[in-house]
Design a binder for this molecule. Sequence first.
Ligand code: EPU
Length: 435
Amino acid sequence: MEKYVINGGTTLYGEVEISGAKNAAVAIIPAALMVDGVCVIENMPQISDTEMLLTILRELGAKIRYLNRSTVEIDCTDVCMQDAPYDLMRKIRASYYLIGAMLGRFGHAKTTMPGGCNFGVRPIDQHIKGMTALGADVDVKGGFVYADARDGKLHGARIYLDKVSVGATMNIILAAALAQGRTIIENAAREPHIVDLANFLNSMGADIRGAGTDTVKINGVEKLHGGSYAIIPDQIEAGTYMVAAAATGGEVLIKNVIPRHLECISAKLRETGTIVLENGDSVLVKGASALRKINLKTLPYPGFPTDMQPPMCALLCVANGTSVITEGVYDNRFKYVNELRKMGAEVQVDGRVCVVEGGKRLSGAPVAACDLRAGAAMVIAGMCAAGTTVVEDVRFIERGYENFVGKLNALGADIRIVDEPEESNGREKILSMMG
Ligand code: EPU
Protein backbone atom coordinates (compact mmCIF):
# COMPACT_ATOMS: atom_id res chain seq x y z
CA MET A 1 0.00 0.00 0.00
CA GLU A 2 1.86 3.07 -1.19
CA LYS A 3 1.47 6.45 0.44
CA TYR A 4 2.92 9.85 -0.24
CA VAL A 5 4.52 11.64 2.68
CA ILE A 6 4.61 15.36 1.90
CA ASN A 7 6.55 17.93 3.84
CA GLY A 8 4.63 21.10 3.13
CA GLY A 9 5.59 24.72 2.73
CA THR A 10 7.60 24.21 -0.46
CA THR A 11 7.45 26.45 -3.52
CA LEU A 12 7.70 24.97 -7.00
CA TYR A 13 10.34 26.35 -9.39
CA GLY A 14 11.78 25.05 -12.65
CA GLU A 15 10.59 23.18 -15.71
CA VAL A 16 8.35 20.17 -16.15
CA GLU A 17 7.66 18.11 -19.27
CA ILE A 18 4.07 16.99 -19.82
CA SER A 19 3.36 13.39 -20.91
CA GLY A 20 0.88 12.11 -23.48
CA ALA A 21 -2.82 12.56 -22.76
CA LYS A 22 -4.34 9.78 -20.65
CA ASN A 23 -7.84 10.18 -22.00
CA ALA A 24 -6.60 10.06 -25.60
CA ALA A 25 -4.30 7.10 -24.95
CA VAL A 26 -7.03 5.02 -23.30
CA ALA A 27 -9.12 5.27 -26.49
CA ILE A 28 -6.24 4.96 -28.96
CA ILE A 29 -5.04 1.66 -27.43
CA PRO A 30 -8.45 -0.02 -28.00
CA ALA A 31 -8.55 1.66 -31.45
CA ALA A 32 -5.34 -0.21 -32.32
CA LEU A 33 -7.38 -3.39 -31.97
CA MET A 34 -9.26 -2.39 -35.12
CA VAL A 35 -6.12 -1.95 -37.19
CA ASP A 36 -4.94 -4.65 -39.55
CA GLY A 37 -1.23 -4.03 -39.19
CA VAL A 38 1.32 -2.48 -36.90
CA CYS A 39 0.69 0.82 -35.07
CA VAL A 40 3.61 2.73 -33.62
CA ILE A 41 2.29 5.09 -30.96
CA GLU A 42 4.53 7.82 -29.58
CA ASN A 43 4.03 9.90 -26.44
CA MET A 44 2.29 7.03 -24.63
CA PRO A 45 1.95 8.02 -20.95
CA GLN A 46 3.47 5.57 -18.46
CA ILE A 47 0.50 5.25 -16.15
CA SER A 48 -1.40 2.29 -14.78
CA ASP A 49 -4.54 2.85 -16.92
CA THR A 50 -2.56 2.52 -20.17
CA GLU A 51 -0.56 -0.42 -18.79
CA MET A 52 -3.82 -2.20 -17.95
CA LEU A 53 -5.25 -1.63 -21.43
CA LEU A 54 -2.05 -2.84 -23.08
CA THR A 55 -2.20 -5.98 -20.89
CA ILE A 56 -5.81 -6.55 -21.97
CA LEU A 57 -4.79 -6.26 -25.65
CA ARG A 58 -1.84 -8.60 -25.07
CA GLU A 59 -4.13 -11.20 -23.53
CA LEU A 60 -6.39 -10.90 -26.58
CA GLY A 61 -3.43 -11.87 -28.75
CA ALA A 62 -1.80 -8.52 -29.65
CA LYS A 63 1.97 -8.31 -29.98
CA ILE A 64 3.17 -5.32 -27.98
CA ARG A 65 6.66 -3.99 -27.43
CA TYR A 66 8.13 -0.71 -26.27
CA LEU A 67 10.57 0.85 -28.77
CA ASN A 68 11.61 3.40 -26.15
CA ARG A 69 10.19 4.75 -22.87
CA SER A 70 7.16 6.37 -24.47
CA THR A 71 6.86 4.69 -27.88
CA VAL A 72 4.92 1.48 -28.12
CA GLU A 73 4.38 -0.80 -31.08
CA ILE A 74 1.05 -2.62 -31.19
CA ASP A 75 0.33 -5.36 -33.71
CA CYS A 76 -3.24 -6.65 -33.52
CA THR A 77 -3.13 -8.57 -36.82
CA ASP A 78 -3.59 -11.92 -35.08
CA VAL A 79 -6.13 -10.86 -32.48
CA CYS A 80 -9.28 -12.92 -32.55
CA MET A 81 -12.49 -12.65 -30.61
CA GLN A 82 -12.06 -14.45 -27.32
CA ASP A 83 -12.76 -13.91 -23.66
CA ALA A 84 -10.92 -10.86 -22.40
CA PRO A 85 -9.36 -10.51 -18.91
CA TYR A 86 -12.52 -9.29 -17.21
CA ASP A 87 -10.88 -8.72 -13.81
CA LEU A 88 -8.70 -6.02 -15.45
CA MET A 89 -11.54 -4.60 -17.51
CA ARG A 90 -13.75 -3.89 -14.54
CA LYS A 91 -11.00 -1.82 -12.91
CA ILE A 92 -10.94 0.91 -15.52
CA ARG A 93 -13.51 3.21 -17.04
CA ALA A 94 -11.95 3.16 -20.49
CA SER A 95 -12.59 -0.55 -20.95
CA TYR A 96 -15.91 0.63 -22.45
CA TYR A 97 -13.96 1.57 -25.60
CA LEU A 98 -13.45 -2.14 -26.21
CA ILE A 99 -17.18 -2.35 -26.94
CA GLY A 100 -16.87 -0.01 -29.93
CA ALA A 101 -13.52 -1.43 -31.04
CA MET A 102 -14.58 -5.10 -30.84
CA LEU A 103 -17.95 -4.44 -32.46
CA GLY A 104 -16.16 -2.61 -35.28
CA ARG A 105 -13.65 -5.39 -35.84
CA PHE A 106 -15.53 -8.60 -34.99
CA GLY A 107 -19.21 -7.62 -35.06
CA HIS A 108 -19.58 -8.60 -31.44
CA ALA A 109 -18.17 -7.67 -28.05
CA LYS A 110 -18.30 -8.83 -24.46
CA THR A 111 -16.89 -6.55 -21.79
CA THR A 112 -17.52 -5.89 -18.13
CA MET A 113 -19.43 -2.83 -16.98
CA PRO A 114 -16.69 -0.19 -16.69
CA GLY A 115 -15.01 0.79 -13.42
CA GLY A 116 -13.20 4.08 -12.83
CA CYS A 117 -13.56 6.92 -10.37
CA ASN A 118 -16.76 7.05 -8.34
CA PHE A 119 -18.53 10.38 -8.93
CA GLY A 120 -22.02 9.01 -8.34
CA VAL A 121 -23.98 7.19 -11.03
CA ARG A 122 -22.06 7.02 -14.32
CA PRO A 123 -24.42 5.37 -16.79
CA ILE A 124 -23.42 4.20 -20.28
CA ASP A 125 -26.90 4.57 -21.77
CA GLN A 126 -25.63 6.92 -24.50
CA HIS A 127 -22.97 4.40 -25.56
CA ILE A 128 -25.70 1.75 -25.78
CA LYS A 129 -28.00 4.11 -27.66
CA GLY A 130 -25.23 4.68 -30.21
CA MET A 131 -24.33 1.00 -30.68
CA THR A 132 -28.01 0.09 -30.98
CA ALA A 133 -28.53 2.76 -33.65
CA LEU A 134 -25.56 1.28 -35.56
CA GLY A 135 -27.37 -2.06 -35.65
CA ALA A 136 -26.14 -3.90 -32.56
CA ASP A 137 -28.20 -5.75 -29.98
CA VAL A 138 -26.82 -4.70 -26.62
CA ASP A 139 -27.61 -6.52 -23.41
CA VAL A 140 -26.34 -5.69 -19.93
CA LYS A 141 -26.57 -8.56 -17.49
CA GLY A 142 -24.57 -9.97 -14.61
CA GLY A 143 -22.10 -7.09 -14.72
CA PHE A 144 -21.27 -7.73 -18.38
CA VAL A 145 -22.11 -5.88 -21.59
CA TYR A 146 -22.89 -8.12 -24.57
CA ALA A 147 -23.12 -6.47 -27.99
CA ASP A 148 -23.80 -8.19 -31.31
CA ALA A 149 -24.19 -6.66 -34.74
CA ARG A 150 -27.59 -7.93 -35.88
CA ASP A 151 -26.43 -8.95 -39.36
CA GLY A 152 -22.77 -9.42 -38.49
CA LYS A 153 -21.82 -5.87 -39.52
CA LEU A 154 -22.62 -2.38 -38.21
CA HIS A 155 -24.41 0.17 -40.42
CA GLY A 156 -24.01 3.95 -40.31
CA ALA A 157 -26.78 5.94 -38.60
CA ARG A 158 -27.68 9.41 -37.38
CA ILE A 159 -27.26 9.56 -33.59
CA TYR A 160 -28.22 12.46 -31.35
CA LEU A 161 -26.61 12.24 -27.89
CA ASP A 162 -29.04 13.25 -25.12
CA LYS A 163 -26.06 14.14 -22.95
CA VAL A 164 -22.72 15.57 -24.06
CA SER A 165 -20.53 12.54 -23.34
CA VAL A 166 -16.83 12.16 -24.07
CA GLY A 167 -16.98 8.38 -23.72
CA ALA A 168 -20.08 7.89 -25.86
CA THR A 169 -18.74 10.20 -28.61
CA MET A 170 -15.43 8.31 -28.79
CA ASN A 171 -17.03 4.87 -28.54
CA ILE A 172 -19.43 5.61 -31.39
CA ILE A 173 -16.56 6.99 -33.49
CA LEU A 174 -14.69 3.72 -32.93
CA ALA A 175 -17.62 1.49 -33.86
CA ALA A 176 -18.63 3.63 -36.85
CA ALA A 177 -15.12 3.79 -38.33
CA LEU A 178 -15.51 0.25 -39.75
CA ALA A 179 -19.31 0.30 -40.20
CA GLN A 180 -20.96 0.27 -43.61
CA GLY A 181 -22.07 3.75 -44.65
CA ARG A 182 -22.19 7.12 -42.96
CA THR A 183 -22.67 7.90 -39.29
CA ILE A 184 -23.47 11.36 -37.97
CA ILE A 185 -23.12 12.08 -34.24
CA GLU A 186 -25.01 15.18 -33.13
CA ASN A 187 -24.47 16.95 -29.79
CA ALA A 188 -21.05 15.31 -29.69
CA ALA A 189 -18.46 16.17 -27.05
CA ARG A 190 -15.59 18.37 -28.29
CA GLU A 191 -12.64 17.54 -26.01
CA PRO A 192 -9.12 17.60 -27.50
CA HIS A 193 -8.80 13.83 -26.99
CA ILE A 194 -11.79 13.30 -29.30
CA VAL A 195 -9.92 15.12 -32.05
CA ASP A 196 -6.84 13.04 -31.21
CA LEU A 197 -8.72 9.75 -31.53
CA ALA A 198 -10.17 10.87 -34.88
CA ASN A 199 -6.72 11.95 -36.09
CA PHE A 200 -5.27 8.59 -35.05
CA LEU A 201 -7.98 6.66 -36.87
CA ASN A 202 -7.74 8.91 -39.95
CA SER A 203 -3.99 8.36 -40.11
CA MET A 204 -4.77 4.60 -40.20
CA GLY A 205 -7.20 5.05 -43.12
CA ALA A 206 -10.50 6.05 -41.46
CA ASP A 207 -12.69 8.87 -42.81
CA ILE A 208 -13.84 11.00 -39.86
CA ARG A 209 -14.66 14.70 -40.11
CA GLY A 210 -15.84 17.33 -37.67
CA ALA A 211 -14.20 15.94 -34.52
CA GLY A 212 -13.83 18.89 -32.14
CA THR A 213 -17.23 20.27 -33.19
CA ASP A 214 -20.63 19.09 -31.98
CA THR A 215 -21.30 17.22 -35.24
CA VAL A 216 -18.97 14.38 -36.16
CA LYS A 217 -19.37 12.61 -39.52
CA ILE A 218 -17.87 9.18 -40.05
CA ASN A 219 -17.80 7.45 -43.41
CA GLY A 220 -17.14 3.80 -42.64
CA VAL A 221 -14.18 2.17 -44.38
CA GLU A 222 -13.46 -1.50 -45.17
CA LYS A 223 -10.31 -1.74 -43.11
CA LEU A 224 -7.68 0.26 -41.24
CA HIS A 225 -3.97 -0.05 -42.00
CA GLY A 226 -0.95 0.35 -39.74
CA GLY A 227 1.04 3.54 -39.27
CA SER A 228 2.68 5.87 -36.75
CA TYR A 229 1.01 8.41 -34.52
CA ALA A 230 2.00 10.72 -31.64
CA ILE A 231 -0.54 11.29 -28.83
CA ILE A 232 -1.22 14.92 -27.84
CA PRO A 233 0.04 16.27 -24.50
CA ASP A 234 -2.22 15.83 -21.48
CA GLN A 235 -4.40 18.88 -20.87
CA ILE A 236 -5.23 17.86 -17.29
CA GLU A 237 -1.68 16.90 -16.30
CA ALA A 238 -0.52 20.30 -17.59
CA GLY A 239 -3.36 22.05 -15.76
CA THR A 240 -2.47 20.26 -12.54
CA TYR A 241 1.13 21.55 -12.66
CA MET A 242 -0.16 25.04 -13.53
CA VAL A 243 -2.38 25.00 -10.45
CA ALA A 244 0.38 23.50 -8.27
CA ALA A 245 2.78 26.27 -9.37
CA ALA A 246 0.16 28.96 -8.66
CA ALA A 247 -0.97 27.49 -5.32
CA THR A 248 2.60 27.28 -3.97
CA GLY A 249 3.44 30.79 -5.25
CA GLY A 250 6.17 29.41 -7.50
CA GLU A 251 7.30 29.86 -11.08
CA VAL A 252 7.17 26.88 -13.41
CA LEU A 253 7.69 26.49 -17.15
CA ILE A 254 5.34 23.75 -18.33
CA LYS A 255 6.70 22.21 -21.53
CA ASN A 256 5.20 20.03 -24.27
CA VAL A 257 1.70 21.49 -24.07
CA ILE A 258 -0.87 22.83 -26.54
CA PRO A 259 -1.69 26.24 -24.98
CA ARG A 260 -5.05 26.40 -26.82
CA HIS A 261 -6.21 23.33 -24.86
CA LEU A 262 -5.29 25.12 -21.63
CA GLU A 263 -7.10 28.40 -22.33
CA CYS A 264 -10.01 27.61 -19.98
CA ILE A 265 -7.56 26.84 -17.16
CA SER A 266 -5.26 29.79 -17.93
CA ALA A 267 -8.25 32.19 -17.93
CA LYS A 268 -9.42 31.12 -14.46
CA LEU A 269 -5.88 31.15 -13.08
CA ARG A 270 -5.40 34.70 -14.36
CA GLU A 271 -8.54 35.71 -12.44
CA THR A 272 -6.80 34.53 -9.26
CA GLY A 273 -3.94 36.94 -9.99
CA THR A 274 -1.60 34.26 -11.37
CA ILE A 275 0.48 35.22 -14.41
CA VAL A 276 0.21 32.75 -17.29
CA LEU A 277 2.37 33.38 -20.35
CA GLU A 278 2.06 31.23 -23.46
CA ASN A 279 5.05 30.65 -25.66
CA GLY A 280 4.98 28.09 -28.49
CA ASP A 281 4.49 24.70 -26.92
CA SER A 282 5.00 25.82 -23.33
CA VAL A 283 3.32 27.97 -20.70
CA LEU A 284 5.04 29.85 -17.90
CA VAL A 285 3.07 30.14 -14.67
CA LYS A 286 4.09 32.70 -12.02
CA GLY A 287 2.19 32.56 -8.75
CA ALA A 288 0.79 35.79 -7.26
CA SER A 289 1.95 36.98 -3.84
CA ALA A 290 -1.71 36.84 -2.77
CA LEU A 291 -4.19 34.72 -4.72
CA ARG A 292 -7.72 36.07 -5.18
CA LYS A 293 -11.06 34.25 -4.90
CA ILE A 294 -12.93 33.26 -8.06
CA ASN A 295 -16.18 31.59 -9.03
CA LEU A 296 -16.12 28.78 -11.55
CA LYS A 297 -18.38 26.24 -13.16
CA THR A 298 -17.21 23.03 -14.78
CA LEU A 299 -18.58 22.30 -18.24
CA PRO A 300 -17.77 20.11 -21.25
CA TYR A 301 -14.92 21.46 -23.41
CA PRO A 302 -14.21 24.29 -24.11
CA GLY A 303 -15.59 24.98 -20.62
CA PHE A 304 -13.54 24.58 -17.47
CA PRO A 305 -12.79 20.82 -17.17
CA THR A 306 -14.41 18.85 -14.37
CA ASP A 307 -11.11 17.00 -13.97
CA MET A 308 -9.46 20.29 -12.90
CA GLN A 309 -12.14 21.00 -10.29
CA PRO A 310 -10.47 19.22 -7.31
CA PRO A 311 -6.97 20.72 -7.90
CA MET A 312 -8.53 24.18 -8.33
CA CYS A 313 -10.50 23.72 -5.10
CA ALA A 314 -7.23 23.03 -3.25
CA LEU A 315 -5.81 26.28 -4.67
CA LEU A 316 -8.89 28.28 -3.67
CA CYS A 317 -8.50 27.06 -0.07
CA VAL A 318 -5.33 29.17 0.10
CA ALA A 319 -6.66 32.13 -1.95
CA ASN A 320 -8.10 35.19 -0.19
CA GLY A 321 -11.90 35.44 -0.05
CA THR A 322 -14.88 33.19 -0.66
CA SER A 323 -14.99 31.21 -3.91
CA VAL A 324 -17.93 29.29 -5.34
CA ILE A 325 -17.42 26.18 -7.50
CA THR A 326 -20.34 24.67 -9.42
CA GLU A 327 -19.91 21.15 -10.79
CA GLY A 328 -21.68 21.04 -14.13
CA VAL A 329 -20.75 17.53 -15.29
CA TYR A 330 -21.07 15.01 -12.45
CA ASP A 331 -23.68 14.58 -9.70
CA ASN A 332 -21.24 13.79 -6.93
CA ARG A 333 -17.70 15.04 -7.38
CA PHE A 334 -17.10 16.77 -4.04
CA LYS A 335 -16.52 13.72 -1.84
CA TYR A 336 -12.84 14.64 -1.46
CA VAL A 337 -13.79 17.86 0.35
CA ASN A 338 -14.00 15.86 3.61
CA GLU A 339 -10.29 15.13 3.20
CA LEU A 340 -9.45 18.80 2.62
CA ARG A 341 -11.36 19.67 5.81
CA LYS A 342 -8.99 17.40 7.76
CA MET A 343 -6.26 19.86 6.75
CA GLY A 344 -8.19 22.85 8.10
CA ALA A 345 -9.90 23.89 4.85
CA GLU A 346 -13.27 25.59 5.28
CA VAL A 347 -15.42 24.22 2.49
CA GLN A 348 -19.18 23.69 2.42
CA VAL A 349 -20.92 21.50 -0.15
CA ASP A 350 -24.55 21.65 -1.16
CA GLY A 351 -25.30 19.25 -4.01
CA ARG A 352 -23.35 20.40 -7.03
CA VAL A 353 -22.16 23.65 -5.39
CA CYS A 354 -19.16 24.05 -3.15
CA VAL A 355 -18.29 27.23 -1.22
CA VAL A 356 -14.65 27.69 -0.25
CA GLU A 357 -13.76 30.12 2.54
CA GLY A 358 -10.21 30.81 1.46
CA GLY A 359 -7.25 32.43 3.13
CA LYS A 360 -6.77 29.66 5.71
CA ARG A 361 -3.33 28.24 6.43
CA LEU A 362 -3.69 24.52 5.86
CA SER A 363 -2.00 22.10 8.21
CA GLY A 364 -0.66 18.66 7.34
CA ALA A 365 -2.87 15.66 8.12
CA PRO A 366 -3.41 12.02 7.12
CA VAL A 367 -5.76 12.07 4.13
CA ALA A 368 -6.89 9.74 1.35
CA ALA A 369 -6.90 10.12 -2.42
CA CYS A 370 -10.59 9.37 -3.07
CA ASP A 371 -9.98 9.28 -6.81
CA LEU A 372 -7.41 10.35 -9.40
CA ARG A 373 -7.92 14.13 -9.49
CA ALA A 374 -8.95 14.30 -5.83
CA GLY A 375 -5.57 12.68 -5.12
CA ALA A 376 -3.79 15.41 -7.08
CA ALA A 377 -5.74 17.99 -5.05
CA MET A 378 -4.52 16.40 -1.79
CA VAL A 379 -0.93 16.58 -2.98
CA ILE A 380 -1.30 20.26 -3.91
CA ALA A 381 -2.93 21.00 -0.55
CA GLY A 382 -0.16 19.03 1.18
CA MET A 383 2.54 21.13 -0.54
CA CYS A 384 0.77 24.32 0.63
CA ALA A 385 0.20 23.08 4.20
CA ALA A 386 2.38 23.56 7.25
CA GLY A 387 3.79 20.25 8.47
CA THR A 388 3.48 16.74 7.10
CA THR A 389 0.61 15.33 5.05
CA VAL A 390 0.29 11.62 4.39
CA VAL A 391 -1.80 10.78 1.31
CA GLU A 392 -3.12 7.20 1.21
CA ASP A 393 -4.61 5.25 -1.72
CA VAL A 394 -2.18 6.84 -4.16
CA ARG A 395 -2.81 4.03 -6.64
CA PHE A 396 -5.60 6.28 -7.88
CA ILE A 397 -3.11 9.05 -8.63
CA GLU A 398 -0.84 6.62 -10.46
CA ARG A 399 -3.72 5.72 -12.79
CA GLY A 400 -3.31 9.06 -14.52
CA TYR A 401 -0.14 10.99 -13.61
CA GLU A 402 3.18 9.73 -14.95
CA ASN A 403 5.95 9.96 -12.35
CA PHE A 404 3.96 12.51 -10.33
CA VAL A 405 6.25 12.48 -7.31
CA GLY A 406 9.44 12.54 -9.39
CA LYS A 407 8.24 15.50 -11.46
CA LEU A 408 7.10 17.47 -8.38
CA ASN A 409 10.31 16.74 -6.45
CA ALA A 410 12.35 17.94 -9.44
CA LEU A 411 10.45 21.25 -9.04
CA GLY A 412 11.35 21.49 -5.35
CA ALA A 413 8.58 19.56 -3.61
CA ASP A 414 9.49 17.31 -0.70
CA ILE A 415 7.51 14.11 -1.22
CA ARG A 416 8.49 10.55 -0.35
CA ILE A 417 6.76 7.44 -1.65
CA VAL A 418 6.43 5.06 1.24
CA ASP A 419 5.49 1.47 0.55
CA GLU A 420 3.95 -0.15 3.55
CA PRO A 421 2.85 -3.75 2.98
CA GLU A 422 -0.69 -4.27 4.24
CA GLU A 423 0.46 -6.79 6.81
CA SER A 424 3.61 -4.92 7.83
CA ASN A 425 4.42 -4.12 11.38
CA GLY A 426 4.82 -0.48 10.50
CA ARG A 427 8.25 -0.77 8.92
CA GLU A 428 8.44 1.72 6.09
CA LYS A 429 10.36 1.29 2.90
CA ILE A 430 11.28 4.54 1.27
CA LEU A 431 11.09 4.04 -2.46
CA SER A 432 11.65 7.42 -3.94
CA MET A 433 13.01 10.64 -2.62
CA MET A 434 14.52 12.15 -5.71
CA GLY A 435 13.10 13.88 -8.79
N1 EPU B 1 -23.35 10.23 -19.03
C1 EPU B 1 -24.60 9.69 -19.15
N2 EPU B 1 -24.77 8.62 -20.01
C2 EPU B 1 -23.74 8.12 -20.73
C3 EPU B 1 -22.47 8.68 -20.62
C4 EPU B 1 -22.29 9.75 -19.75
O1 EPU B 1 -25.54 10.12 -18.49
O2 EPU B 1 -23.96 7.17 -21.48
C5 EPU B 1 -23.15 11.37 -18.13
C6 EPU B 1 -22.14 11.07 -17.02
O3 EPU B 1 -22.75 10.42 -15.92
C7 EPU B 1 -21.61 12.45 -16.70
C8 EPU B 1 -21.63 13.16 -18.05
O4 EPU B 1 -22.54 12.42 -18.87
O5 EPU B 1 -22.50 13.10 -15.84
C9 EPU B 1 -20.32 13.23 -18.77
O6 EPU B 1 -19.73 11.94 -18.82
P1 EPU B 1 -18.71 11.52 -19.97
O7 EPU B 1 -19.29 10.37 -20.70
O8 EPU B 1 -18.31 12.72 -20.74
O9 EPU B 1 -17.49 11.02 -19.11
P2 EPU B 1 -16.67 9.69 -19.26
O10 EPU B 1 -16.49 9.34 -20.70
O11 EPU B 1 -17.20 8.64 -18.36
C10 EPU B 1 -14.38 10.91 -19.49
C11 EPU B 1 -13.07 10.84 -18.79
C12 EPU B 1 -13.19 11.45 -17.41
C13 EPU B 1 -13.71 12.88 -17.51
C14 EPU B 1 -15.00 12.93 -18.35
C15 EPU B 1 -15.49 14.33 -18.61
C16 EPU B 1 -12.07 8.86 -19.70
C17 EPU B 1 -11.68 7.44 -19.52
N3 EPU B 1 -12.66 9.46 -18.69
O12 EPU B 1 -15.27 10.14 -18.69
O13 EPU B 1 -11.88 11.49 -16.90
O14 EPU B 1 -14.00 13.37 -16.22
O15 EPU B 1 -14.79 12.28 -19.61
O16 EPU B 1 -14.52 15.09 -19.27
O17 EPU B 1 -11.82 9.44 -20.75
C18 EPU B 1 -10.23 11.63 -15.23
O18 EPU B 1 -9.40 11.66 -16.13
O19 EPU B 1 -9.96 11.86 -14.03
C19 EPU B 1 -11.62 11.35 -15.56
C20 EPU B 1 -12.51 11.02 -14.65
